[in-house]
Design a protein around this ligand. Sequence first.
Ligand code: NIG
Ligand code: FE
Length: 419
Amino acid sequence: MKILIRNIKALLQVDKGDRKKVCGEKMSDLPVLDDAYLFIDKGMIKGYGRMHELKESPYGKYEGQSDVHEIDASGRMVMPSFCDSHTHIVYAGSREIEYIDKIRGLSYEEIAKRGGGILNSAKRMQEASESELIDSALERLEEVRLLGTGAVEIKSGYGLTTQSELKMLRVIRRLKELSPITIRSTFLGAHAVPAEYKGRQGEYVDKVIEEMIPLVAGENLADFIDVFCDRGFFTEEETDRILMAGVKHGLRPKIHANELDFSGGIQVGVKYNALSVDHLEFTGEEEIKALLESDTMPALLPGAAFFLEMEYPPARRMIDSGLPVAMASDYNPGSSPSGNMQFIMSLGCIKMKMLPEEVINSVTINGAFAMGLEDELGSIAEGKKANLIITRPIPTYAFIPYAYGSNKVDIVITEGRIS
Ligand code: NIG
Ligand code: FE
């Protein structure tokens, strides 16, 4: 299907497809074309320009043609859809009981120690059928798609047995076929130590390395490998061993690090050329230095810091030091039960003092980089996938993070489908 979007008040994040990520002070630059058109064919961006150039352009001939779907975007903005580079969207059952425990004063770690948390989700995961998991995840994917998300990374990690981890990854593989959203999958066998391995953590790590990783790689079930490298979960040494095995099997690391403490996770991620290191609430000068010397994307998840009422990562210090920053939702039943990237943008501005341009870069081009999709998504460029957002009429793009809690997305286009 051919789509011509006309009279776009502002077309955000336009480029030639040559920017892979934006770092440091460049994060406050947002390339914008005012009074623009955009032409889409077969789900791909074919071209864009200023309205007054449309007639003379190769797309002028499509105006008013019956096989071309025309959208008048007067007063509205168009931007690439959000690239949410960190989610746990496949899960069985919600955990609002723990939410109440949390309101009553228990911490995330205390809840986990009592067998709640990730182990609670793991128990339910083992009982759930693939079709139940697919149906509930598809519902969540559709919810976030309508809120503007066009690409999502999804992790395993609620399995914690070989069979159950493989089940989760097969579910994600099926979601890749069923959902119009672009999906990348991550093997997170080392998300928590299962109850039956309590006191024998090393044996579980051996099992992840010797049994799970070869099977996951053999079936080509994951694009990336993750470890929860943090206090009370997996140590720096264990993470090192797991990542080394993953890399040997062709899985690039994308890890949870420094959410609960200075865990050494950032450094071990950088050592293995991680695509991203995520969370980073505990980040100091040493960690920033390690990241500056790497190609690893720091991915911040302010939804988890908000929900758990913890310190936010020092986004301002990172950007001012020259680093790039991506933001993702961490959509999961325990620490961030929302995949609303518009709210994540508001948290970026309000809680982490990022500028509107910086949050837009962090959830588009840098989010795409954090899941290896920067050549396909993340900006408005000829030849990229036309996964786009058309906003409601809004005064400026700063209105998107400013008007927190309300939906600024009017129409989404995903793989050429208009919703
Ligand atoms: O990213 N930090 C580790 N894992 C998830 C939480 C998962 C859960 O509590 O179910 C996170 O916050
Ligand atoms: Fe997470």
